[in-house]
Ligand binder design. Sequence first.
Ligand SMILES: *[C@@H]1O[C@H](CO)[C@@H](O)[C@H](O)[C@H]1NC(C)=O
Ligand SMILES: *[C@@H]1O[C@H](CO)[C@@H](O)[C@H](O)[C@H]1NC(C)=O
Ligand SMILES: *[C@@H]1O[C@H](CO)[C@@H](O)[C@H](O)[C@H]1NC(C)=O
Ligand SMILES: *[C@@H]1O[C@H](CO)[C@@H](O)[C@H](O)[C@H]1NC(C)=O
Length: 553
Amino acid sequence: MAFTAASVTLLILFTTLLLVPRFTGYVLRAALRSAGWFLKNRTNGRREVILSRVRLEEEDYRSRNPYSTAGPEDEDWEKVDSAPGVAKNGEPLGENWEGIIGFFHPFCNAGGGGERVLWAAVKATQERWPKATCVIYTGDHEVTKTTMVERAETRFNIRLHAPTIVLLYLSTRKYVLSSMYPHMTLLGQSLGSLIVAVDAFNLLAPDIYVDTMGYAFTIALSKYLFPLVPTGAYVHYPTISTDMLESLDDGTGVKGLNSGAGVGWKGVAKKRYWKLFARLYGWIGSKVDVVMTNSSWTSAHIDSLWGPSRKNLEHAKVTVVFPPTAVSELHSSIEVNSASEATREPSILYIAQFRPEKNHSLVLRAFAQFLDERRKDPANASLPTPKLILIGSVRHASPDETHIYNLRLLAHELHIREQTEFICDASWPTILSHLGTSSIGTNAMWNEHFGIGVVEYQAAGLISVVHDSGGPREDIVIDMGDGATGFRATTEDEFAAAFEAALALPQEEKVAMRLRARKSALRFTEEEFGRKWLIALEKLISQQRRLAKSTKT
Ligand SMILES: *[C@@H]1O[C@H](CO)[C@@H](O)[C@H](O)[C@H]1NC(C)=O
Ligand SMILES: *[C@@H]1O[C@H](CO)[C@@H](O)[C@H](O)[C@H]1NC(C)=O
Ligand SMILES: *[C@@H]1O[C@H](CO)[C@@H](O)[C@H](O)[C@H]1NC(C)=O
Ligand SMILES: *[C@@H]1O[C@H](CO)[C@@H](O)[C@H](O)[C@H]1NC(C)=O
């Protein structure tokens, strides 16, 4: 009861702060700061309990594993040795930062890409700062720490060191579900996340606060409650994007859900509301000390929304920290050299869900055209006929099923049915074997935000022929300074020409391009993620030290 009252009061304070002019703002800021002080004092007891339990678990762990220092695996230690260990002034940073990092991640058991990022970040943190405690604020009451740690290992192959991880359970997670807010979902969810954040801070006030799920409003709240706590954000997706704002004015109907919804009085109201929300969101950006994004696409959007308000911050620049992918596994299970070239067939592989936006029909048409061109030259007759292999998941009883039926029809019409293979819901071993024996990996989606599939092509040594837009263009199929790592195309003609060009490369150059692609995929490994994450965390930790020192003197 007391908690609800307190959180409602805080919420009212904070929301008013968003809406009022400066001078009242001053009073409110002071009020929030005292509330923060109160929360901190209130949770101090729990903090001591948590820290002493962590110490006990750590001792217990060491007595059972006498040869281990503090990290889970010795070999992993060497990998992070290259991480920044020295502060700017040349002083060693020391492994002895003993604070608490609070990760706001209400759905830590969801098992998706966002959770891989969370656990990879926790793992890198543990290896670099073994005495730091990682607290995860979660609403997944059904998982204990032990099962969570096990799941991170089975699902993501990430081995965590359990003693310094603490899960704190939120009882208010329902307030961030979009189903709670049939109208004004964006604002509703954002304000709802504040209730959940108060819940979190009422459990424990952290020394560093990091949001890994995109609840940026909670960061602003943290900043007002605890001005001495540095804040970080790992942004997968901007809460509102500039594309969304533009799509309201779009009359063509191709730009998604809200396309062209900006007409009529409702449309005008919606536009106003979104614009206002975008301004609010933009202001939030000034409260985040260190911002990481998962791709250049997200970075560009965050820059345009947050850039103006972050200009004067110490770490104003937004950095791209690519999420970890299964690159290492592909590297170790598939060989690329001139000997393995003999086992590669002239096949073109497209791994993507069977959905319209993936534009399989573009690939089918381009492939048909490519075969036609090839048949024109009798010199080509002796070559093995290339194949097109389409692998994808089909959601049961969904429009996907009609979609794939139409694609089969199209292949038939184009007279390429014999050369085209559809594989639905393939197992990982099957996918792996095709990645190892095909020559080309293709992707025809327009403006894909990233394209993990393309990274997997590269890691497997396939030559990419991808759509010249979005993540494949900005982040993945790029020249790393030593030559092309694949081909980019837009139209049917360009795709057909690129298939031909890739297959006609002399063997030596083919192998060289495969090796370059593989090397470029190394930017997306877990180690690389850990390295970049630690650079960001180091900024937060040194800021925390500085702020803590400044209050003591
Ligand atoms: C702060 O917390 C301590 C115990 O944790 C308590 O004795 C003290 O009264 C609190 N101070 C205030 C002002 O609430
Ligand atoms: C970034 O996150 C968004 C939203 O989850 C996702 O669509 C996109 O693929 C992610 N990018 C990368 C590089 O994983
Ligand atoms: C597929 O690609 C073609 C050719 O670029 C384009 O005209 C079409 O709109 C695309 N379809 C989809 C669903 O993106
Ligand atoms: C097939 O014929 C085309 C057209 O003459 C030619 O450009 C291409 O190099 C040939 N392909 C191969 C793999 O030799």
